[in-house]
Design a protein around this ligand. Structure first.
Ligand code: AMP
Length: 407
């Protein structure tokens, strides 16, 4: 079945066209990124993986709206040279990444008027993502009118958290009236990792417990008990929790009015700085973990401090989640940093030996892209490195919905 996966941002559309049977039988046919929509010069980077040698095409042109962007995507996918299908009707389903559906859905759903209303209803709780996500759906409906549109929510996997985990200890009507609570994000990745962990360990998912560490540009952890999310680090927005590339993670909220008073910034500007100028970048000036590790290795004290703060926050959450998840099977690293940075993994695990977390330095540094375990021989608690694949998970769930196995 051919499934198109779309992640529409405010000025971008990321897409992947996949042919898939199941998690083990999928082929990426083409993928790309449309960016700078609405700017004077838009850009499309399109990669073709099937029907000839792998090739990359870059186009620049003015793309006033997502409509023109998607129109170029369809033209590229169906182009005799650059494309991989003859016409748009070959696409049998479109899976959309959607940020937040609150408590309305705890699983993937086929898009209808009610689903669109729900996405709209959560614009205020996902102001940067929900509006373009909905736009992506509406544009895809135009270009693929025959194909079911499916919404895969970043918050859905976390809906199993109990109230003690998702409620903030604030006036209760802030929750009942304003829907203020922890939602958590990266749910599609944490769910994929839970399934992959169960499969790697040869256990049923509902008997698999893990701490999932999604460490990429954005970072979050999930405590997963018997296959279900028990707690996660991100909150009502993705700002809470871990130190990230440019996000502060946890901070005393009273710091916000204090910094407003000191700088003259308004609340939105301070929150923007906490999202975009903080984290690794705030401490040492760069947000890419490769650069932070290199600078720290070269004796840059600020970079070392950034690395220390990043790792220490994760260590504290590991301690907390060990209390939340009894009978833990594995600590699982994933995403850009989690999969690729042996230094970050080493820094995080160092000093946690008393908790049964014992990294094998040789296994940790052995270069590999495959799912693997990196704990010392004979230690019961596994430390796994598993590649995440949110697009594949979205495509699989879209296929399940179309086939009527779900929702
Ligand atoms: P993601 O958001 O999952 O694509 O992760 C992106 C981040 O992963 C980048 O900003 C880097 O900080 C990090 N990353 C990717 N490759 C490496 C690597 N080889 N070593 C360290 N960090 C890496």
């Amino acid at each position: 079945m051919k499934i198109l996966v779309i992640n529409a941002g405010s000025s971008s559309i990321k897409y992947q066209l996949m042919e898939l049977e199941d998690v083990h039988h999928s082929t990426l046919l083409a993928a790309g990124l449309v960016e700078k929509i609405g700017e004077p010069t838009g850009r499309i980077i399109h990669r073709k993986y099937a029907g000839g040698p792998e090739s990359k095409f870059v186009e620049e042109e003015h793309l006033p709206t997502h409509h023109e962007g998607m129109s170029r995507v369809v033209a590229l996918l169906t182009d005799p040279d650059k494309g991989v299908i003859r016409n748009a009707s070959e696409v049998q389903g479109v899976g959309h990444r959607v940020l937040n559906c609150g408590e309305v859905y705890s699983d993937t759903v086929r898009v209808d008027a009610k689903v669109k209303d729900t996405i709209r209803d959560f614009f205020l709780l996902g102001p940067l993502h929900n509006p373009p996500n909905l736009m992506g759906i509406e544009v895809a409906e135009e270009f693929f009118p025959h194909a079911p549109q499916v919404a895969v929510f970043d918050t859905a996997f976390h809906q199993t958290m109990p109230p003690k985990a998702f409620l903030y200890a604030v006036p209760y009507e802030w929750y009942t009236k304003f829907r203020l609570r922890k939602y958590g994000f990266h749910g599609t990745s944490h769910k994929f990792i839970a399934q992959e962990t169960a499969e790697y360990l040869g256990k049923p998912l509902d008997q698999t417990s893990l701490i999932s560490l999604h460490l990429g540009n954005g970072c979050s952890m999930a405590a997963i008990r018997n296959g279900k999310c028990a707690d996660t680090t991100m909150g009502v927005t993705p700002l809470e929790g871990l130190v990230m590339g440019t996000r502060s993670g946890d901070i005393d909220p009273a710091a916000i009015p204090y910094i407003m008073g000191q700088t003259g910034m308004d609340a939105a500007q301070v929150v923007n700085a906490l999202n975009k100028q903080s984290g690794l970048k705030g401490i040492c000036g760069v947000n890419d973990m490769r650069e932070v590790v290199e600078a720290a290795g070269g004796g840059n004290a600020q970079a070392q401090t950034a690395l220390d703060i990043f790792a220490y926050r994760i260590q504290k959450y590991i301690g907390a989640y060990l209390a939340v998840v009894p009978g833990l099977d594995a600590l699982v690293f994933t995403a850009g940093i989690g999969e690729n940075s042996a230094s970050a993994r080493e820094h995080i695990c160092r000093g946690l030996e008393h908790l049964g977390i014992r990294l094998d330095p040789v296994k940790n540094h052995a270069p590999s892209r495959a799912p693997r375990e990196i704990q010392q021989d004979g230690v019961p608690l596994k430390i796994l490195v598993l590649p995440t694949n949110e697009e594949l998970q979205i495509a699989l769930e879209t296929k399940q919905i179309i086939e009527g196995h779900n929702g």
